[in-house]
Design a protein around this ligand. Sequence first.
Ligand SMILES: Nc1ncnc2c1ncn2[C@@H]1O[C@H](COP(=O)(O)OP(=O)(O)OP(=O)(O)O)[C@@H](O)[C@H]1O
Ligand SMILES: [Mg+2]
Length: 287
Amino acid sequence: MPMLLGFAIGTLLTAGVTTALVLRHMARVRAADARVRRAKRLAELGSMTRGLAHEIKNPLSTIGLNVQLLTEAIEDLSVDDEDRKPLVRRLGSLGREAERLRGILTDFLEYAGELHLELHAADLNSTIDELVDFFMPQAQQQGVQIRSDLASGTLEAWIDPPHIKQAVMNLMLNAVQGMSRQPEGVARELILRTSRGVDEHKRPVVVLHVIDTGPGIAPDAVERIFDPYFTTKSGGSGLGLPTTRRIIDAHFGKIEVHTEEGRGTDFVITLPVEDGGVTHQGASGGG
Ligand SMILES: Nc1ncnc2c1ncn2[C@@H]1O[C@H](COP(=O)(O)OP(=O)(O)OP(=O)(O)O)[C@@H](O)[C@H]1O
Ligand SMILES: [Mg+2]
């Protein structure tokens, strides 16, 4: 009898454990399904919004052109200046608004467009060197000194150099714009520093700091700087940093910021040395 009881309990336990395992597996499958559905829906929404932006952008060009033609026609009309001027002024503001909307759509399409990265082993140091060479005159014009403090030798990373240049250029532009608002006499220095390191899984990485001696970022703003359209500049689109983050994400890297008001800002980019896509499945440059 005790043996039978033991057998029954054993069977019940086994059945219980099996059921729990099956249920857990099913929950995982359902969660994975939901993730795939969400990703698909986001991709659909992305391509719909891109299509919509294109559709609005094209007629805006035509509107702009027609406004210009109308203005010219009105200027040629033999009417009093008194009557002509308000019309021309109104058409002028119509044209400017059409142009502004076109600008917004252009920025959006650039940000939301597909990213086609060609990741391969390349030297981050020479990528930064080329960028500094290119950017130097613009920085000097704003009274900013650029200093490169690069790791010795070549610094191989798994990158697409033109896109890395675009990502870092956005940081350099922000740094120079921030520093050019500083009063005269305050040091304006932009430092690009590279080094070797390892990530939290002990995989080799390269690290790039973009450091400025600008005004720093207020604590309530710093949480929002990577949000699309967040800007504190009158002519800013607020898409510079989101674009940079998107490019770094597509490299399987990460970007962090350390900042102190009145002292400056340090953006830190970490990039894998080896093919990040092998270990991080499912991510691609698309968007
Ligand atoms: N180095 C920096 N120093 C001070 N503030 C910064 C710095 N980098 C970014 N910011 C802040 O983050 C905001 C968002 O930056 P982002 O590059 O996304 O947009 P933007 O520079 O305002 O516009 P755009 O890049 O289109 O010219 C900026 O408006 C600014 O307030
Ligand atoms: Mg910017």
